[in-house]
Write a protein that binds this ligand. Sequence first.
Ligand code: EPZ
Length: 418
Amino acid sequence: MKSLVIEGGEPLSGSVPISGAKNAALPSCIASLLTEEPIVLHSVPQLRDVSTILYTLGALGKRVVRHDTSVSIATGGTLIPEANAYSVGQMRASFLVLGPLVARLGRAVVPLPGGCAIGARPVDLHLEGLRALGARVEERVGVVVVSADRLIGGTIRFPFPSVGATEQIIMAACLAQGKTVIHNAATEPEVMDLIDLLSKMGAEISVGNRRIHVTGKRSLGGAEHTLIPDRMEAATLLLAGAITRGSVSVSPVCPEHLDAFLESLRSTGVKLEVGETSITATGIARPIAVSLETSPYPGFPTDLHPPMSAFLSTAAGTSAIVESVFERRFAYTSALSKMGAHIVQDGTSLMIQGVDELIGQQVEAPDIRGGAALVLAGLAARGRTIITGLDHIDRGHANLETKLRSIGARIERREDSA
Ligand code: EPZ
């Protein structure tokens, strides 16, 4: 079984490079379905979810060439409308191929998604949005069949600013006839990065106070684009410095993409130096407990709730985290408690009573961000922590242990036969 073995207690210090954003890379790769011409993406992180989406695009008829962190996606032959079950089952973001395929081909057959077990994560908003663009949507057992002679621009109002549903509808609307308006749209930096790429491809998109306007085109062209840095990786590595009472700098990073997180982290007493494209966090002996609630951008990101929870488990006092995006994002808390954290869950709220120290244990990562939380706890804990469930961690973090070792962490990957 694969595992990460961490000898905790070392203050981490130094500078760490940040990879391109996973959650910008996935929709941006999928945007290649909207054009016959080649798309070239730079700063594409080397992690499992990206490999999965590139595999999916290859199976749909695209020709994918990857060189380090650059990827070119061109037409390989005929584009086919059926996405294979393997990759969509592996990762929820693969479901985003639906809109582009039906926009290009008039028909798409896509399995219903799998992915992290952090909640029900239905796709009703994706399907309602496509219906609003005139598509016929047929839900069969395990797959959805969507067809339309040509999508027609329309008005969509999301009850919740869903990131994936927003990205799905923006991409479909780019080739629809006429104008589309999305109300209560997600405006996460990763969504805006997708819009940046689509605009370079010739799409006509404007954004204003949670409203996205798209004027459909007959076709889009190729483009070259560099993805934004991964703000979740940057924040997680800053927390690695804070939880070990060391000092860690991350770059490149867009500090404005992390305002809510940095405000909470500063409130704990952690010293922050924020530059144009870099951030340094210096830990203090006993951080101060804080309260926070996750919410859609620009609020505190739900993806940083687990890593922040690990950090707050060693703060002085009792912190509170309210998780308002995913109802089942708490699987990591049992492992954190096993390491000595005092966490009480009440519905979608956590009360975290800070302890003096965590103790190394053998624990299993339940999902991508829960895995990050356990790595942080292991870096701070007394003794050895063994973390299994690396499939989750590898889905969302490029070369995590290499980056951590470069700033002094005693961490290695084991491939035990057991
Ligand atoms: C994206 O997931 C991210 N994934 C998630 O990151 C992130 O946590 C999430 O946005 C919120 O920021 C990618 O970008 C690949 P949502 P997504 O649609 O699009 C409900 C990570 O670790 N909902 O904004 O799936 C849903 O159940 C991952 O990198 C519906 O009800 O998130 C959830 O409660 C984890 N119906 C809420 O909206 C729908 O049709 C937010 O989901 C769609 C969503």
